[in-house]
Write a protein of this length. Structure first.
Length: 186
């Protein structure tokens, strides 16, 4: 498995020839403040050449678990981050992603920042990309920075380079939660 640093990329197609099915595993440690657990949510924005989602069904999250073309599937909402392993996962069939999609943004936002949660007190946030054919990890990015006062992070993105797919670790933090991303990508 390749460990990525922020703003570093990997060619998925060259690393795993004939790769189609990938699973994105997102994890974070359970955090409790004032008797409440952090609730982090994974979201996917499938963007066209304009840098915007071409249609509403290109936004995949806990209330819309499957993209319109069926290429992206969200596992559902984990409200606490408790337990070992991935807290939420996203399955992507790279060969089935519509030709109008140039990149797939993976973001994690906190659903309850009003309780005092931010990515400065949510620990061990990471993303892993697996080959679904054999469940082997291809790459991983662990956020090491403390993003105090930020309730969202674009943790990684898949993007096309000609006919190949690459993955970039991003670690781009922001405020405004999921609404900020909807405003940016709609």
């Amino acid at each position: 498995m390749i460990t990525l640093e922020k703003k570093k990329s990997i060619s998925l197609t060259k690393t795993v020839p004939a790769l189609n099915q990938v699973r994105v595993g997102l994890s974070w440690d359970e955090t409790t403040l004032n008797g409440q657990s952090s609730d982090a949510d994974a979201s996917v924005f499938m963007l066209g050449s304009s840098g915007k989602i071409p249609s509403d069904d290109c936004f995949v999250f806990y209330n819309n678990n499957v993209s319109g073309d069926g290429s992206v599937r969200h596992s559902g909402d984990n409200r606490t981050g408790a337990g070992e392993g991935d807290d939420e996962s996203i399955d992507i069939a790279l060969l089935n992603v519509g030709s109008n999609v140039e990149q797939i943004i993976i973001a994690v936002t906190l659903a309850n920042p009003e309780a005092g949660f931010h990515f400065g007190n949510v620990r061990n946030t990471s993303i892993r990309v697996y080959n679904s054919a054999n469940n082997s990890a291809i790459c991983e990015y662990q956020m090491t920075e403390s993003y105090a006062d930020c309730d969202g992070v674009i943790i990684g993105r898949f993007y096309r380079m000609g006919s190949e797919w690459e993955f970039e670790a991003m670690g781009q933090a922001f405020g405004g939660g999921l609404q900020a991303l909807l405003d940016l990508y709609n």
